[in-house]
Design a protein. Sequence first.
Length: 225
Amino acid sequence: MNLFEIDFLAKMKTLLQEAFKFKKYKAMPRVLAVFTGILMLPIVAASFSVAAALAILSYLFGILSAPVKYLHEIVRTEGGVVMHATQFIVYFISWPTVFALYLAMSFLLVLILPTYALLSFLLYVWSLGGFKFHLFLNKVDDISITVEGTYRFLPIVYVIIGALVVFLIPLIHGIIHYVDLYQDYIERIFFSSFFGGIYPVYLEIHTAFSVLYSLLGFARHPRRN
């Protein structure tokens, strides 16, 4: 597949559509699906940011591709029907412009491909493996899957551990931290010190756990084809 011929916006749309079908979430009880989705919000937010960046890059790529194709076709057509001296003039004037546009598109490709790979990875994680895993958009055409069966213990374990890491343990830690600050008469800095330094660590731990749990647990179950 020629990378210059790919409609990246269409590819991204397909990727998002498959993720938002929530096939894996529909395979678990609704309450667990809601809590699982809430606990996946940090990764969802990250995927939205990456999707926005990919949309901008893909739009710029599309803007450049239209004149490139048009100019390239003109050069090939005119170069084939005019005399040799005129051919030289046509190529001498036109090819630098075509080459510069192709160069700009190549630079965008260098940005688009890893951005798409990152978006695909993030969507795969929070969709719990809701489509065929892939990082290179030109390697697979149909990314849809069929999910059979239901989750049993995986979402229960995930929600319990996630609630501990994101809510209960930070709450206890926050109370202890506030008491320590209060004893030193500096409780006024509680919000800045806790939410600016302590709590983000718990979110990082939870995010790392969510990624591993999704890839090793959710993505492999329930039965899929």
